[in-house]
Design a protein around this ligand. Sequence first.
Ligand SMILES: Cc1cc2nc3c(=O)[nH]c(=O)nc-3n(C[C@H](O)[C@H](O)[C@H](O)COP(=O)(O)O)c2cc1C
Length: 370
Amino acid sequence: MPSDLNAGVYPARPSFYSPPDRAPSGCARRERSGVIVYSKTKALMARGAAFLGTEHAILCGAMSWVSERNLVAAISNAGGFGVIACGAMTPELLDREIAATKELTAKPFGVNLITMHPQLFDLIEVCARHKVGHVVLAGGIPPKGSVEAIKAFGAKVLVFAPTLALAKKLLRSGADALVIEGSEAGGHIGPVSTSVLAQEFLPALAEEFVVFVAGGIGRGEMIAAYLEMGASGVQLGTRFACATESIAHPAFKKAFFRANARDAVASVQVDPRLPVIPVRALKNNGTEEFTAKQREVAQLLDAGEVDMGEAQLQIEHFWAGALRRAVIDGDVENGSLMAGQSVGMVTREEPVADIFAELLTQCEAELSRR
Ligand SMILES: Cc1cc2nc3c(=O)[nH]c(=O)nc-3n(C[C@H](O)[C@H](O)[C@H](O)COP(=O)(O)O)c2cc1C
């Protein structure tokens, strides 16, 4: 277990499931070689898969503390796209994590960098040294020069955008692809649901640009729907967090298996003067502690003991520590159990390859019904 890993700043019930050793019925086809072909899914994912250099256009979104070498390599080895969560790692730690991931997979994977990281440009340099093919810039608008610095070493840049206008601006000024992430997702979230974002962004952008949809995706039928709307692929986090290959503590995984959609709640902002980005996590003692933390920081702000930047940094450090306590130490009472609303569809530990087979089989069946 990598105890020195990322101090992330940030931050089923499967009825159609066909185990991968059996030919799925009615839709996916098993070739003579034994390889299962998801032809309709593949056709709709072709653009996203070409962009990522993968077999399937399915990303496992970076999850601080969870998305380290083991899970990232397992995702990429299964034909998807794993992404290392850099979080608050130092450049040295990121360097080690990329090198260790390369030891476990020869397939493409990406690195997620948080835009507010004070050493962002040093982290970009580490990615350049390792010839990382794709960098995801998360947590805010990319600072001046960051997109250019990434493209300068030939990597592709994926960005998030809260509004259509900003998405267009970023894509026209150099970003190579967009991830739209709805409020159903686990971790830091925006206010708008995935279904509304998809209706707003995909008709406007999907023809010209590569767009991945994230947030609330737990089954392949949902993947099929977004692909048919023009998405190049999808990004899932919650569904992969408890895979066999995930290093998350057994107690963290157990909490996921027990939870329902309604247990994954968004944090509330207690003081309007202190804008905090909401975080979706399973309700526990840690949720209450966050409310208390906000009050404490608001008081410091009132007393003039901290400025707004420092206040927000303290909030982010709270999340980073709390997530580590839950994921690594297994403190599911006081730590942060960041999880999306799809958590109710995560019922047991499964190898990444089985999760892929299940999602792809469901997606293919859905596309074959139409
Ligand atoms: C435990 C956890 C930690 C996360 N940490 C990060 C992070 O560090 N950076 C980031 O960009 N997204 C983070 N996310 C969001 C995921 O990358 C992904 O976009 C999201 O989980 C997709 O929605 P879903 O949870 O509904 O599948 C996190 C999500 C979870 C569940």
